[in-house]
Design a protein around this ligand. Structure first.
Ligand SMILES: Cc1ncc(COP(=O)(O)O)c(C=O)c1O
Length: 406
């Protein structure tokens, strides 16, 4: 495979970190990836040269405006949006989702129906559950024991009363990828908005919002090598008609319409640098081509390492591995497991002490852990693969899990 992971690892200063004698193995990407040097440099450079508020008549403010608009262009290319006017920024995905739900609540009447799913992170459930305050009826789509959405259940819940279907692109706990093309057809047929949580999908697959055509889609740059910034894509022309919370002087049109207060300009400079970083992995004339080919290359590497992890864990008698096996369709490189008779918190702690950074628990996808009946175990141990992870790190993890039982 044409992926020189050891060379690329040098791009990330934090990979030098040690825990005791062990190199840190960052298998916590689904909780947030590490950041390459050029992202750190872009943030520092903003503060060194261009730090100002926006829309001012002097050079640092003008530079700030340029940085924000270049970042919108970069994110539009990353997501496959036709125009940067579809890209709004906020503190993080959760805050943007709450802003959007508050705005949409003004268009919701008693008896309207809202569909969420059991597979989702609470950030794509809680904001839409608040619509019950307006009398909306909330339904949650079941998850199968194999970690898939129960599509028959979803279809049976849809009706002309459905106003919103909020669905994840990929599960942050099991790696499941949902068939959004079908869900898009169904939501269109009943006239409902489709709102997509792409936080876990965006770091692992090339995105194409123009083809998928969701009404809204959210992601978070700190999951794909950038700083903590939330991103909202809105279908062209849609946000202009949504009654968002806004101050009187705030620009009323998209994409500004939902951007309250001062944005984190330094972080936005870092988001553009993260997009440019990913583009370096690809080829082609346009930034879009570089990003889609770059993401495809990163995806192949991640899948190679994740499949190795899945296979090695599956071979351990004391481990139970959850989620769809590799090779049976699209799947994110995120592998969750439990270890027989060892509480998940103890597994995660023991691995952490060896410099293997994994999460243990529900990762805010609480319904997944409840559906799998794993509350007493303390939930799942989750190892996520990012572009800088290696099979050697997986070997270390397996040795450590094996040692737990001795
Ligand atoms: C699938 C998914 N959705 C939403 C979120 C929330 O994102 P943010 O931290 O940007 O609010 C996360 C964060 O882990 C996530 O994994």
């Amino acid at each position: 495979m044409d992926f020189d992971v050891h060379r690329y690892r040098n791009h990330f200063p934090s990979l030098q970190r040690k825990v005791g004698d062990n190199c840190a193995a960052y298998l916590d990407g689904p909780g947030g990836t590490q950041v390459p040097a050029q992202v750190i440099a872009a943030i520092a450079q903003y503060y060194e040269t261009s730090n100002a508020n926006a829309h001012g008549p002097f050079v640092t403010s003008e530079e700030t405006d340029v940085i924000v608009e270049r970042t919108r262009e970069g994110m539009a290319a990353f997501l496959g949006a036709a125009s940067p006017g579809s890209i709004s920024f906020g503190a993080n995905m959760t805050t943007l989702a709450f802003s959007l739900s508050r705005a949409l609540s003004r268009l919701i009447s008693a008896g309207d129906e809202v569909i969420i799913t059991d597979l989702d992170h609470e950030a794509n459930r809680g904001p839409w559950q608040t619509l019950a305050e307006k009398g909306a009826v909330i339904h949650s789509v079941r998850m199968t024991s194999g970690g898939q959405l129960d599509m028959d259940h979803l279809q049976s819940l849809l009706s002309p009363k459905t106003k919103i279907v909020a669905v994840g692109y990929s599960s942050n706990s099991l790696g499941t990828v949902n068939d959004l093309t079908v869900i898009r057809e169904w939501t269109r047929a009943v006239g409902a908005w489709m709102i997509v949580d792409a936080v876990h999908y965006a770091p692992h697959f090339p995105m194409d919002v123009a083809a998928l055509d969701p009404d809204f889609l959210l992601c978070s740059a700190y999951k794909f090598y950038g700083p903590h910034v939330g991103v909202l894509y809105s279908r062209p022309g849609l946000l202009d008609h949504i009654p968002t919370d806004r101050l009187r002087p705030q620009l009323a049109e998209a994409p500004y319409r939902i951007e309250t207060g001062t944005l984190n300009f330094a972080a936005l400079a870092g988001v553009r640098a993260a997009v440019d970083y990913i583009a370096l992995f690809g080829n082609g004339e346009s930034l879009r081509e570089q990003l889609t080919s770059g993401m495809a290359l990163i995806h192949d590497h991640e899948e190679h390492v994740a499949r190795y992890l899945y296979d090695r864990l599956s071979a351990l008698p004391q481990a139970s591995v959850y989620g769809q096996p590799f090779g049976e369709g699209l799947r994110a490189p995120t592998v969750s497991f439990t270890v027989q008779d060892v509480h998940t918190a103890d597994v995660a702690k023991a691995l952490g002490e060896q410099g293997l950074f994994v999460w243990g628990g529900h990762f805010y996808a609480m319904r997944v852990v409840e559906t799998l009946g794993l509350e007493d175990m303390g939930g799942l141990v989750r190892a996520g693969i990012s572009l800088y992870n290696t099979v050697e790190e997986i070997d270390r993890l397996i040795d450590c899990v094996e040692a737990l039982k001795k």
